[in-house]
Design a binder for this molecule. Structure first.
Ligand code: FES
Length: 320
C-alpha cells in the first residue's frame, strides 16, 4: 500500500443540503504534507472502500485538509460511509495529496467551471490564483441555492467578485451561457472543469466545438457514468516481460484478472477516473472506457486503464 497518513476529523459541518464539509488534521498533531491547487486525497473509509476527494482549502495550509462530500443517492457506498460514519473525532487513513488537475503556470487567464460539488478543486485553484495575483473567473452551476455549497465562503472571499453562481431553478437570465462565456474568454485562456459527467461533457464538447485545443482543456472526473457492459466478451492479456498470457472473462475486469494472476497493479477508484492503474500497451487495441485519458492519448493506443477498459483486439500485450 502506498504511504498513508493517520488523520482525525477535527470539524464537520453541513455546507449545503446533502453536502457535508470535513476538516482532517494529523492524528499525531503534526503538519500535513503541502499540496497544490487541484490535488485530491484517497480517503480510506470504514468498510474498506477508498474514495478520492479534492482538497478545497487554500494550498499551502498544512494544519488541515478540507474536503466536502455530496451524499449521492446512486452511491456505491462511499458517500454514505462519509455521511454516516465520519463523525468529529473519528480517526482514519488518507493518502498523501496527488495532483492530476494542476493549474497551468503559463496561462494568461483561467476559466474555472464547476458543477455542484465539483467546486472543491476549483475553490483551491481560486485561492491559489488570487494569492498569486493571476486572472481568473469562477462559475458555479448548481440545481438550486440550497444545494450550493460554499455560498457564504465565496461571498466572504477576497476574490468574491470573480465568482458567479448559476442555479437551474433560478431566473433564465442568471443561467450559464456556455457559448458566450467561452467566446468572451481572453485569448490563450485555460479551462478547468469539474462536476457531474453530463456537465463536464457539455462543457468540453462546447469548448471543442468552439475550437479550443485539447491542451487548454483540463478536467477532473470523480464518478464515472455507468457503462453498458451487455456486449462485453473475453480477451487475453500478454505480459510483455514474461510472455505469460492471462485470459479475461466477459464478466471480469482486466484489472481483476491481473490481480488474480498475482500481478501488483496500483489502483484506487476502480472506475476509470483517477489514473492510478494506468498501464502501458505494446500491441493490440484497447477499448477505452475511462474518463481519464484525453482523446489524443486514447488514439495512441499505447496505454489503458485496466480497471474499466477492455480490448477490441483478441489480445493486448502489456508493458509489464
Ligand atoms: Fe482509478 Fe483505474 S484505478 S483509473
Amino acid at each position: 500500500m502506498s504511504t498513508t497518513i493517520r488523520v482525525r476529523i477535527a470539524d464537520r459541518r453541513e455546507e449545503a443540503r446533502d453536502i457535508c464539509g470535513l476538516d482532517l488534521v494529523a492524528a499525531d498533531g503534526g503538519a500535513l504534507p503541502a499540496f497544490t491547487a487541484g490535488a485530491h486525497i484517497d480517503v480510506h473509509l470504514p468498510g474498506g472502500l477508498v474514495r478520492q476527494y479534492s482538497l478545497y482549502n487554500a494550498p499551502g495550509e498544512t494544519g488541515r485538509y478540507r474536503i466536502a462530500v455530496l451524499r449521492d443517492a446512486a452511491s456505491r457506498g462511499g458517500s454514505a460511509a462519509v455521511h454516516d460514519q465520519l463523525l468529529p473525532g473519528t480517526e482514519l487513513h488518507i493518502g498523501t495529496p496527488r495532483n492530476l488537475f494542476a493549474l497551468q503556470a503559463s496561462a494568461p487567464h483561467h476559466l474555472l467551471l464547476a458543477g455542484g460539488i465539483g467546486i472543491t478543486p476549483l475553490l483551491a485553484m481560486a485561492e491559489q490564483l488570487w494569492a498569486q495575483g493571476e486572472a481568473f473567473d469562477l462559475h458555479h452551476c448548481t440545481r438550486s441555492r440550497e444545494r450550493t455549497p460554499f455560498i457564504a465562503h465565496t461571498a466572504a472571499a477576497p476574490f468574491a467578485a470573480r465568482v458567479q453562481h448559476h442555479h437551474d431553478d433560478g431566473a433564465p437570465g442568471q443561467r450559464l451561457d456556455l457559448a458566450a462565456t467561452l467566446a468572451q474568454a481572453p485569448a490563450g485562456t485555460h479551462l478547468y472543469v469539474c462536476g457531474p459527467t453530463g456537465f463536464m461533457d457539455a462543457v468540453l464538447s462546447a469548448a471543442r466545438t468552439a475550437g479550443w485545443p485539447e491542451e487548454r482543456l483540463h478536467r477532473e472526473y470523480f464518478a464515472a457514468a455507468p457503462a453498458d457492459t451487455s456486449g462485453d466478451g473475453g480477451f487475453e492479456l500478454e505480459i510483455a516481460s514474461t510472455g505469460r498470457v492471462i485470459p479475461v472473462s466477459a464478466g471480469q475486469s482486466a484489472l481483476a484478472a491481473l490481480l488474480a494472476a498475482g500481478l501488483d497493479i496500483p489502483m484506487s477508484c476502480e472506475q476509470g477516473v483517477c489514473g492510478t492503474c494506468l498501464t502501458g500497451v505494446k500491441a493490440g487495441t484497447p477499448d477505452h472506457r475511462d474518463q481519464y485519458l484525453t482523446p489524443e492519448e486514447r488514439a495512441e493506443n499505447n496505454q489503458f486503464l485496466p480497471c474499466c477498459s477492455r480490448a477490441s483486439s483478441p489480445r493486448l500485450v502489456l508493458d509489464l
